[in-house]
Each structure stands twice: as structure tokens, then as C-alpha cells.
Write a new protein. Sequence first.
Length: 124
Amino acid sequence: MRHWRRQPKLAPIEREQQRAVMEHWEWLRKPNTLLAAIPNAGALGQPGLTPGLADLVALGPHLPGGMPVGFIELKRHERSVISDAQIKFAELCHRLGVPHAFAFGRDDAVRVLEAWGLVRKALV
């Protein structure tokens, strides 16, 4: 019997959260940084698409480990399913010393951008 996880009713869809994260970076980005979406949704055997590849690629001079590139996998909320392919990609990144983060929602992704030195902290 299959058990479905209950989705929080107010959690925005991942595409909307990704757009909000990108807008946050555009408003508060630091010099010499880049955040870009990787259009890989539904990579089910299509040529050139890689299952498990993260949603966002980040470039900057101050990422963890001194690496200039890192990856962020954006999930809707903390109960979202992380696929085996996403886990394998994250493990590969960690073995190679490439920063990788699972971010659960927009606010979590913004915290990653701040920790990685891609954006200034927003004044509230």
C-alpha cells in the first residue's frame, strides 16, 4: 500500500519559489556572483538531461571550500521527497568538494545564498 505525504496547503509550487529566490539574488547580489536555473525538470531519458541535477547553479568568489561553483536543490518544504538521483548528485558534489545544499523553501534557499556570500543580508 502506498502512503502519500501530506503537502502543506500553503506551500508555493517549486517553480514559484525558484522565481522568488532568483529575484532575491537579483535585488541583493554581490559583485562577481551568478545564480542560474538549470532547466532539467522531468529529465526522464531525454537526451542532454541528467536526473538528479540540482535546480540552481551558483558562482562566486566565496563559496565553501574555496570552490567558485556550487549547487542548490530547491524543495517546496521539509517533507518534500528527495529522489535517489538527487541524493547521488549531492554525494558526488561532496566527494569532489563542490558545495551542494538542499534548501526547503525560499527562506532556506536565501540563507544558503547568504552563507555562500552571493547576496547581502536584507534589512528588515
